[in-house]
Design a protein around this ligand. Structure first.
Ligand code: NAD
Ligand code: UFG
Length: 356
């Protein structure tokens, strides 16, 4: 299968590139390096011994994307490209809506013009909002988002779903569109080689990179955002998923969507439509449990202080992961000890991340 990964030089995209190449698929990557560098793709090639077709471009640039997509004509696009920092999205909503919405609209226009059939989209558990009670199933109602980043995910899901619906009726679409929405829970960890991992710019927003930087001595201590929640140790609980498990989930999703189209076409039926899958483990861990697990992996305690709650945090979020298991034959196999071991291996071998 030929795949094209937008945002493929980023954290999840680069790990997915490794998983795709290891599964025997071809990979092209389009990235503008807004939050990444080409070094991540050099590492992908080093780990797999295979080549990636790499394009530096803005996915919202239609002329350029038409050229790239005409040259590649991928069987499946995996759309990772986007801005993802929750706090920054509150300060810069216009930039977030412009980038995240425009990239998706541009891809849809190009796919319609070129008759490309399949797209897998990086969505987020954030679309469940605060009103649902975990474990979240895919048919739980989408909630109110607490920040512009979350709304861009919510809106992109809707745009892709509406396009798939319209394409099934023909009109100006050459073929019905197949859309897979993957709702990630909390991606963490790194490739087991220690050559690839998360490389946030500036002060990390997320728990695991923050803990890693404290453990390696780049930061003094972690601030735990609140210990007065209604949970066993008072800290919030999340569904932390190893990034390589997540990457393998993308391989399964892309293979599934292409296979399903082939089967429908063989039966003379219309292919296409939208499917949603949670990618999570189904098991929650608290902030303090993650701090402890990381301490075991790195061999010393990770310093922390208890601080105030962070605005917009939900108390509990974890997946019902049974649909992906039943339909895609995928489930996460790596636990928190492997997560922390691999995150520590990456951080201790690359204390300043890529290129530094
Ligand atoms: P990341 O920032 O590491 O990767 C995103 C990549 O997209 C970067 O390489 C960036 O340079 C690129 N990019 C951004 N805008 C672009 C544009 N206009 N044109 C070309 N490239 C562009 O983030 P990630 O953690 O790998 O996340 C990938 C996707 O998964 C994002 O859409 C994110 O919103 C989503 N997601 C991430 C998480 C998470 O916790 N990491 C959780 C849920 C969903
Ligand atoms: N936390 C701390 N201290 C920190 C950072 C985080 O205590 O310095 C806590 C948070 O309060 C939360 C937990 O660690 O309880 C996890 O926080 P993250 O920022 O790592 O992850 P979130 O669950 O808040 O956010 C993640 C993704 C978002 C996505 C959201 C909803 O980063 O992109 O899940 O699924 F929108």
């Amino acid at each position: 299968m030929k795949t094209l990964l937008t945002g493929g030089a980023g954290y999840i995209g680069s790990h997915t590139a490794v998983a795709m190449l290891n599964a025997g698929h071809e990979v092209a990557v389009v990235d503008n390096y807004a939050n990444s560098s080409a070094e991540a793709i050099a590492r992908v090639e080093k780990i797999t011994g295979k080549k990636v077709a790499l394009y530096e471009a803005d996915v919202a640039d239609k002329e350029r994307m038409m050229e790239i997509l005409k040259a590649e004509m991928p069987d499946c696009i995996i759309h990772f490209a986007g801005l993802k920092a929750v706090g920054e999205s509150v300060a810069k909503p216009v930039e977030y809506y412009r980038n995240n919405i425009d990239t998706t609209l541009t891809l849809l226009e190009c796919m319609r013009e070129l008759g490309l059939t399949s797209i897998v989209f990086s969505s987020s558990a954030t679309v469940y909002g605060e009103d649902n009670v975990p474990p979240f199933t895919e048919d739980a109602p989408k909630g109110m988002c607490t920040n512009p980043y979350g709304w861009t995910k919510w809106m992109q899901e809707q745009m892709l779903t509406d396009a798939a619906k319209a394409s099934a009726k023909g009109d100006d679409w050459k073929t019905p569109l197949s859309v897979v929405l993957l709702r990630y829970f909390n991606p963490v960890g790194a490739h087991e080689s220690g050559l690839m991992g998360e490389d946030p710019q500036g002060i990390p927003n997320n728990l695991m990179p923050y803990i890693s930087q404290v453990a390696v001595g780049r930061r003094d201590h972690l601030t735990v955002f609140g210990d007065d929640y209604d949970t066993p140790d008072g800290t919030c609980r999340r569904d932390y998923i190893h990034v390589m498990d997540l990457a393998e989930g993308h391989v399964k999703a892309a293979e599934y969507v292409i296979e399903k189209r082939k089967e429908a076409e063989a039966r003379g039926e219309a292919a296409g439509g939208t499917e949603v899958f949670n990618l999570g483990t189904g098991s929650p861990y608290s902030v303090l449990e993650m701090v402890e697990a990381f301490g075991r992996a790195c061999g010393h305690a990770v310093a922390y202080e208890i601080g105030a709650r962070r605005a917009g945090d939900v108390q509990d979020s974890w997946a019902d992961a049974s649909k992906a298991r039943a339909v895609l034959g995928w489930e996460a196999s790596r636990g928190i000890d492997e997560i922390c071991r691999d995150a520590w291996n990456w951080q201790s071998n690359n204390p300043q991340g890529y290129n530094k």
